[in-house]
Design a binder for this molecule. Sequence first.
Ligand code: NI
Length: 254
Amino acid sequence: MNYLIDTHSHINMIEERSLEEILQQAKEHNVKKIIVPSAYPSDIETVYNLSQKYEEIYCYLGVHPSEAKDWDDSLIDKIKEFAKSPKVVGIGEIGLDYYWDKSFNNIQQEVFIKQIQLANELNLPINIHDREAHKDTFDILKEHNKNSKVIMHCFSGSKEFARECSQEGWYIAIGGVVTFKNAIKMKEVATSIPLDKLLLETDAPYLTPVPFRGKENQPAYTKFIAEEIANLRNLTIDEIAKITTNNAIEVFGL
Ligand code: NI
């Protein structure tokens, strides 16, 4: 049986379980590697320290678009210093979020571009947060990204947008929403994207898959996402595990 990788999981934000319990349950559900993104500037050191302490934990460093007003250029040197560690496998989560607050789109874009340039300089992949900002996210990446691999985290676009992204060579990470009964659009995306661009993630503690929808999410539940995609594509869960784990190993150099 191939193991699974949760490529985006805020395990530092899970409240109902201890870290030891989270890692133990992940192991029991065959989830052997977990990548933890930072969101707030204050998370950067937290997730970095987790990656240094636990063998199965890796991290992305960056500032989430909703926190763009807290960006400070001194973070560039801090991230560069931490990125000397091989456990730092990307810049993220970064991007645009026009859902929560549209009042500082220009600041979001500025901070996004700075972090793309940082990822390019470090030659690290970029883990993208795009919520209700598909066009601007796409256009900014096309214009500013030179050499970094791109991963669309918690993909929420149409199958047409997924095709456009995969044609650019970008990866599509699918989470718990695909297991929701009424998530027709996500099921179409999961069925139609090229398998060599598919990644799995939980985005824990959010977006918990069925059958635990409504409860707090955790990396162990990557299993249910893999199961759903396997069913949709008439593959076995072991085949989905093999494909997505190989993709993650390749894109993040794990
Ligand atoms: Ni996230």
